[in-house]
Design a protein around this ligand. Sequence first.
Ligand code: HAM
Length: 424
Amino acid sequence: MKPQPVRGMNDVLPEATVIWQYVEGLVRDVLQSYGYREIRLPLLEQTELFRRSIGEVTDIVEKEMYTFLDRNGESLTLRPEGTAGMARAGITNGLLYNQRQKLWTSGPMFRYEKPQKGRYRQFYQIDVEAMGYDGPDVDAELIIMSARIWERLGLSRLRLEINSLGTTESRQQYREVLVAYFEGVRDQLDEDSLRRLEQNPMRILDSKNPDLRAVIEAAPVMLDYLDEESRVHFAELCEILDAAGIDYTVNSRLVRGLDYYTRTVFEWITDALGSQGAVCSGGRYDGLVEKLGGKATPAIGWAMGVERLVSLFEACGGKAPDQNPDVYVVAVGDAALRASFELVETLRDEMPQLKIELNLGGGSFKSQLKRADKSGAMFAAILGADEVAKKELGLKPLRSDGEQLSIPFDKLAAALASQLQQVG
Ligand code: HAM
């Protein structure tokens, strides 16, 4: 039997990585242009970090984490998301002490979810966090920055939903209203929700059970219970977005599945990818850093799912620039092969950007030329014993019907530069 990957975990093959790199590169350029700096974090953290940040009574912590004991008996978890690790790293490294940080990171996340198109057990995120900023201006800038990313990538069919969850204190009041409501419809709740009613009633709102949809639809909404400061914060955010020409809808049902959120939450959703439509989601988490033992630090961020981003890029007709070689070196016979090594390495010194593929594994002139064509290269550089003796090679255009040229070895870089310029 052929070995299989772990269910829900995918190989990203070279044809796909070309697109991934292009998309990730564009995103990175935008993030850096807004002053975000990269941070790289471990894939493993102590389990306790996620329990405390994401919340004990959430789908992620209850059902989806890859948790194990290491050889020392310590409980570790493969990160299901990036925000907890970011906050932890901010505290550990003293990055938040009288400082503000605009950071981004990327890499794989792990959740034991039911795999389907767009939903995997290992998936990649690009995660952005602004820590130490409390105003609605940074909320707006983060959203505007994501809109700029869509524009750079040529994406359409994305809509923005926003909501406010208030402060931890105002949520307490809402919690009481919510409990009273759900107590009244107790007989319609499932087992999970009855348990959550005691422990974390807001998490009933993101139940995936379709039978609960009507009950959840009719539940009171947080927006009606916002404290004054959160109300003003949300109104200012809306004003900045309006002025910036960003379309959004206020979705008072948007609660997000992680406990650390306060105030602003948002999601960019597409209808182009089937049921897994959330491409980028985030929000404010003003209490998290303090809860984890750091100095009180307001913060906000978002994460985008790279698989979904790439799928949407392709669905919108996006293409990565091709990565075919510029020149494929055909070297027939031992003398030619030996000479071609020196030639190619000199060329790499002279033109570091040039993509050069040297024919490996020998073969007849015909079969090498076939490979050259298949590689997608613009030109074949052809060497045989005669060419080596004359210190000249044949430069054959493969994508146009131009003539094959004879080029002295030491003029190859100049000839290629001018030929490549001609073909654009
Ligand atoms: P999240 O909504 O759980 O938020 O995930 C963010 C994004 O990751 C989603 O919008 C989706 O694109 C992608 N995603 C999530 N789960 C999967 C999966 N199983 N397969 C494929 N893609 C997936 C967070 O993770 C927060 N840490 C975001 C954040 C950053 N909030 C503040 N700062």
